[in-house]
Design a protein around this ligand. Structure first.
Ligand code: THU
Length: 132
């Protein structure tokens, strides 16, 4: 399944629309039901409107009726990890962040495995909201 997830992220990267940065990203999310949701970054001439690959995939998953992430794969040229905004978005749909694997795959084919809870150890949570 991890292999399918990695291949899905690499395939999704082909659709990246990144004419401004030139940095193409593909993402694939495995949900708890076993579905794979893919995404790519989609930039805009008004740069701030651009959306990352990981959040594209999350939006597809949630709008497809699923709300729990099991694992994530991200494909880039250099094996980059997800940005903070994407990590916070992924955290929203992770029941146990320490069990959600985040794989990166570089253009060279090198794969690394992280865990969401390690990449985002102090993410904002609803506990904070309740304290206000
Ligand atoms: N990008 C992603 O798609 N995911 C990340 O986690 C980090 C950055 C995109 C945004 C922009 O289109 C390009 O990479 C360069 O920042």
């Amino acid at each position: 399944m991890n292999q399918i997830l990695l291949e899905s992220a690499v395939a999704a990267r082909e659709f990246a629309y990144a004419p401004y940065s030139g940095y193409k990203v593909g993402a694939a999310i495995l949900d708890v039901e076993g579905n794979v949701w893919t995404g790519c970054n989609v930039e805009n001439v008004s740069y701030g409107l651009s959306i990352c690959a990981e959040r594209t995939a999350v939006v597809k998953m949630v709008s497809g009726g699923v709300r729990v992430i099991q694992a994530v794969a991200v494909a880039t040229q250099d094996g980059g990890t997800p940005c903070g905004m994407c990590l916070q978005t992924l955290l929203e749909f992770a029941l146990e962040p320490q069990s959600v694997a985040v794989f990166t795959i570089a253009g060279s084919g090198e794969v690394k495995r992280f865990f969401l809870g390690d990449l985002m150890p102090m993410g904002f949570s609803s506990d904070e909201l309740r304290r206000t």
